[in-house]
Ligand binder design. Structure first.
Ligand code: BMA
Length: 859
């Protein structure tokens, strides 16, 4: 088991690394994070640095640059990636550390071209941000003297340039925001080079933790728990682990479950050889509790400890696992070929979004931010995130949180929207990267699927890239694609994680090369809305088997915009707002759609509000359409969950973790039981959509009312919803709905499903676009209540109030239980106020915006 037993003492800039006795042979792991030093290569002065970190964040901490996200600062700081940078740490190692037989310097991540020296000797050269890098320093470590770790980070841009200049042709990389597109030749997070929602900051640095690891005689790693059989009575598991031994001899291998109480699950005597020993052991967990995705049950986890002991020396390793079956079901059906996940034998509709890294400077993402984000995902009734291929393989903590919260992960390998080289060095580098990450992540029950890349296959065949190349070049690029995504990656998975499904590219219609995406099979990225300028209504016309991307942009809330602007920047076409909008025509598209669907406010703050309303309602319409079409479609992952800086983008949660209208809409549209209403030219339909595992019985009440609350038509039926279904529960000709004809702009349909156990589910529907609705002042009244346990507001409206936005202008970070909701005539709602204990909610700072009444917020 890993233990931290080192004490770091600061002696000037020299740290004393001490550790207690080497407990019964356990590996010692001393964390070398924290204070380091850095300088621009060639400078004489060393400055304080923080590890994990980047050059950019260290320069900022030393007040040598301003906040890189502020205004247009991004442009000013592009020089940083053209320089080489050095990092160092000086430390004194105590005797207890030095007397170990094996001492390794271990980097969980180096970004990216790094030469590492220990006491002046070169110990490794790194060239892949996604790999672990280890170097044996047993014979280099000096007892009682100052030791030095020094790392030279080469400018990634200057390092790549000579080969780029000499190349016969260049590979496409549409999102790389430089003229010379170098990003595809380096194994580094693609989004660092810019994206259509992100700035260009090509970082360098020690981006993950650094350890000194010391051990004697025996070491264990590469642990894998493979689930062989899972049924009600027992789980059969197969343990695999690699033991490195200094000498041959007998040892005892044991596996224990170490949750509430420690239980020995299995043990056996093994004969170790000197060197590497691949060991295995079969065992059973009786009466297994299953791991369930969010909404279907508890995500039960077991903590298992594997230990190997020679009598005097032992080594251990702990992992958390979950017991569940997961299958990707692709079989012929009425619509083509299915594409859905079966979890524990149950077809599950996947509800979620696409995840991007939470910052350009990854060291800035705190544990609390990971927790807030995954909690927001769970609270929004999501059960899947796609870790998109232009970012990073996330930190262990991300997957731990997904395990704990029942969030499944569609895991891309880090390749996106570009073609890639295929030379042996590049491929070997990727092979090691894939092994490192697959081995690190394969015990997480949250990981549902490995996917080769984001959009590379479709792009090559459909984005017009091929015209610029000769036939030989095209053949070479195609072949490289095939060897990477149809050769190397599936081979790695076959060996290291054989039971998880692999999907070569998202989107794709099949597992073979060249099967570009379509609606009959596989997954689809539907960008007719937004990129294709199609109306939101087309979400109901294009039904994919699994929608792994679709989206629409909005601006972040005004508080977020204030964080990076001066008052004079706060208008749509200012250079600062344009630099925080990375889609070439993003602002025009928002304006264009708003003209089609909503009133267009003149003041900037109200425009921002309306952009969020439009995004929220547009994507909500999409989610409902996809859910209504189950089982034809079995997944909705919209683009995108979050942001990496403050920006106008497709996200539902902004850089500061603030929920936009979209996230509130997603929460409601992803509810386990949904009442969804749609219409054809002649009829209206009420659908019940259920992801629940049991059916419900109750009464459906349908009311047609005007915006003042006068009911012109009503109907009640007994009804029953089965488990896991979507069906039309009520339909009527529009002509038979009294009071609708000619009054469409002032009429709504409300459907309430009241179950016999008194749960109530409501859906509503308007007959014209918001722009044409005849809205009046709804007469909103609200009162504030503060009790010991909860703080909430009661809000009511006499007439229809559309998209009620509660805006808190005070300093506290407040989240309302619901926001951007409609109050139907006569309705009242109790809205909880979520705040941290120390925060004060001042009701006089509350403003309310509506579609037809926007209170001007001061700039
Ligand atoms: C998708 C993604 C991203 C991109 C987004 C918005 O297809 O895969 O590459 O940011 O579209 O354009």
């Amino acid at each position: 088991m890993k233990q931290i037993c080192g004490i770091l003492l600061l002696v000037g800039t020299v740290f004393l690394l001490a550790c207690s006795a080497n407990q019964s042979g356990d590996m010692i792991s001393i964390n070398l994070n924290g204070r380091w030093e850095f300088r621009k290569s060639g400078d004489s002065l060393w400055l304080e640095a923080t590890v994990p970190g980047t050059v950019q964040t260290d320069l900022y901490k030393n007040v040598l640059i301003d906040d890189p996200f502020y205004r247009n600062n991004e442009e000013t700081y592009q020089w940083i990636d053209k320089e080489d940078w050095e990092y160092r740490k000086l430390f004194v190692a105590d005797q207890a550390l030095c007397k170990n037989d094996h001492i390794t310097l271990s980097f969980e991540g180096l970004d990216t071209y790094a030469d590492v020296f220990f006491n002046g000797q070169s110990i490794l050269k790194a060239d892949n941000m996604f790999r672990n890098w280890n170097a044996d320093i047993t014979n280099l470590l000096q007892k009682g003297e100052t030791n030095e770790i020094r790392i030279l980070f080469h400018s990634p841009i200057r390092h790549l340039k000579p080969a780029y200049d000499a190349a016969e042709y260049h590979l496409p990389a549409v999102n790389d925001q430089a003229t010379e597109k170098l990003s595809v030749y380096i194994r580094k997070a693609p989004y660092h080079f810019g994206w259509d929602w992100g700035p260009r900051f090509v970082t360098s640095g020690i981006w993950k933790s650094v350890y000194l690891k010391a051990w004697n005689e025996i070491r264990i790693d590469n642990i894998y728990y493979r689930q062989i059989i899972l049924n009600e009575k027992e789980a059969h598991l197969h343990f695999q682990g690699r033991v490195i031994a200094d000498k041959a001899g007998q040892a005892n291998l044991e596996i224990r479950c170490i949750d509430e109480e420690t239980v020995l699950l299995a043990s056996k005597i093994v004969m170790l050889r000197k060197g590497e020993n691949d060991l295995d052991l079969d065992f059973i967990i009786p009466n297994p509790e299953r791991w369930w995705p969010n909404g279907l049950g508890d995500p039960k986890l077991y903590t298992l400890k594997a230990s190997i002991s020679t009598g005097s020396i032992s080594a251990q390793y702990s992992n958390r696992i979950g017991l569940r079956t997961i299958e990707l079901i692709r079989e012929p059906d009425n619509f083509g070929e299915s594409f859905y996940f079966k979890v524990n034998g149950i077809p599950v509709f996947m509800k979620g979004a696409n995840y991007i890294p939470q910052d350009n400077f990854l060291n800035h993402v705190m544990a609390t931010e990971y927790e807030h984000l995954i909690k927001s995902v769970k609270d929004a009734n999501m059960n899947m995130l796609r870790v998109w291929g232009g970012g990073i393989y996330e930190l262990d903590y991300f997957y731990d949180l997904c395990d704990e919260n029942g969030i499944l992960v569609w895991q891309d390998f880090m390749f996106a929207c570009s073609m890639y080289p295929g030379d042996p060095d590049f491929l070997e580098n990727v092979r090691q990267e894939a092994i490192d990450n697959v081995v690190r992540l394969r015990n997480h029950p949250s990981i549902a699927l490995w996917c080769g890349n984001n959009e590379v296959q479709d792009a090559w065949h459909q984005w017009g890239w091929q015209f610029q190349y000769t036939d030989e070049q095209k053949a070479e690029i195609s072949e490289n694609y095939q060897s990477l995504f149809h050769g190397l990656l599936p081979e790695v998975l076959k060996k290291w994680d054989p039971d998880r499904p692999y999907w070569p590219s998202s989107p794709a219609s099949g597992p073979d090369y060249g099967q570009t995406s379509n609606t009959q099979s596989g997954d689809l990225h539907y960008w007719g809305v937004w990129h294709g300028r199609k109306p939101f209504e087309s979400y109901a016309e294009v039904v994919p088997r699994f929608s792994s991307e679709y989206g629409f942009q909005s601006f972040p809330e005004f508080k977020t915009i204030k964080s990076f602007t001066l008052p004079e920047d706060r208008q749509l076409d200012s250079p600062v707002m344009q630099s925080h909008q990375r889609h070439p025509v993003g602002n025009q598209l928002i304006l264009n759609y708003m003209n089609r669907y909503y009133p267009v406010p003149e003041d900037f703050a109200s425009f921002i509000y309306m952009s969020q309303v439009m995004q929220g309602e547009g994507i909500r319409f999409g989610i409902e359409a996809l859910r209504r079409s189950r089982p034809q479609c079995m997944g909705s992952l919209y683009w995108q969950l979050n942001d990496c800086w403050p920006v106008a983008s497709w996200s539902g949660i902004d850089y500061y973790g603030r929920w936009k209208a979209l996230h509130y809409q997603a929460k409601n549209a992803y509810a386990p039981l949904l009442v969804s209403i749609d219409e054809s030219p002649d009829s209206v339909f009420v659908h019940l959509v259920s992801d629940e595992l049991t059916g419900r019985t109750g009464m459906l009440r349908v009311e047609l009312m005007d915006y003042d609350g006068r009911i012109n038509f009503e109907s009640e039926i007994n009804c029953q919803s089965e488990a896991s279904v979507s069906f039309i529960v009520w339909a009527e000709d529009k002509a038979k709905l009294d009071g609708l004809q000619g009054a469409e702009a002032n009429t709504l349909l409300k459907a309430t499903f009241q179950t016999i156990d008194k749960d109530s589910f409501v859906g509503s529907h308007y007959f014209v676009r918001s722009k044409f609705q005849k809205l009046t002042d709804p007469g909103i009244k609200w009162t504030f209540h503060e009790g010991d346990k909860d703080t909430y507001i009661m809000i009511r409206a006499q007439k229809l109030a559309r998209q009620v936005n509660l805006v808190y202008n005070g300093p506290a970070e407040i989240r309302f239980e619901d926001n951007f909701f409609d109050l139907l005539p006569g309705d009242s709602r109790q809205i909880e106020i979520h705040k941290r204990d120390s925060d004060i909610f001042d009701p006089s700072e509350l403003r309310i915006l509506l579609i037809n009444i926007f209170t001007k917020t001061e700039n």
